[in-house]
Design a protein around this ligand. Sequence first.
Ligand code: ZN
Length: 377
Amino acid sequence: MTDASSRRIDLPLVDHHCHGVVDAELSEAEFRDLATESGWPAPAGTDSLDSPFGLAVRRFCAPVLGLEPNAPVNEYLAHRRSIGAVEANSLLLRSTGTSDYLLDTGIRDARLPDPAAMAVRADARVREIVRIESLAEDLASESTAAGFVAKFPETLAARTREAVGVKSIIAYRHGFDIPAERPSGREVLQAADEWFRTAEGSGSFRVTDPVLLRFGLWSGIDTGLPVQLHTGYGDSDVQLFRADPSRLNPLFRATRSLGIDFMLLHCYPFIREAGILAQVFPHVYLDVGLVSHYLGPSAGTAIRQAMEVAPFSKILYSSDSYGLAEHYAVSAASWRTSFAALMDGWIASGWATADDAERIASMVGSENARRVYNLNP
Ligand SMILES: [Zn+2]
């Protein structure tokens, strides 16, 4: 307990939001592309891995693959290629000590594994989270406007029979400034007509209409499963100020007694707003996935902020990893060391006993997710 920097919390983690690893060999450009939320190459003469995440890869992942800690990025990438992506992914995933992954299968990237393939690669249990908007777009491409409106709720219900949750990216496609109420049947039909008319011209069913997005969200609420909401930080599609979760206050008030839970994902930079919502509303939870790896040396700040005001039963671990096994390895190692340092501080200053610290770490690391998603084997 005395040397906080070298101590880590060792307990099996439940990663309640992630997207899977790419098993194909990645070029350096593809690796760098997956190592940032930017959709564009770094400016000429600069390296996107000269970043907090780059430092974290060198610190935490280099030793897992058999290199010295802090090995240079180019040496790391060359070594990764020499052992092969499959072997590197296995080593990095197994270094995380994750027992269960909840996989959001809604990203359209053919390189990503399905839950069964991910379970093999990670040697862990994998359960599915169904992304509402992706399913809506798939269904729309093979129906009429009226057919879509009639069939979507039952299609989602059928698709989630084996899943443990649903996810909405309404923050990306519109924002959280939405009315609290379920849209009326007439409104939905009108919006769907317009959607299909536009799609005929553009050939794309990308859903951005707020009425249709709310229709999807309420269909998700109707499944009774936990509803994950992308919150805050993401790629350049996100209009950050509209992804502030405090804008969801009316929806949370309207849904408080429905018996469903909302999981605020990532939350950065609105971690404190999310923490307040998780304290105030009994059915709201938060995590700091994504920044658990992208903040590198500063990840501890996000973890500390997440732990400021919400009850410990409302905070979950996730990595929000996408594509790179390095995301998983960094998020887990970073969470384990930062959480240990935080708990050591609480113990040293008399705020908690060692037993308290262990219990709190286990709630956040796995137990809360097991309870909310009903994951008990
Ligand atoms: Zn995600």
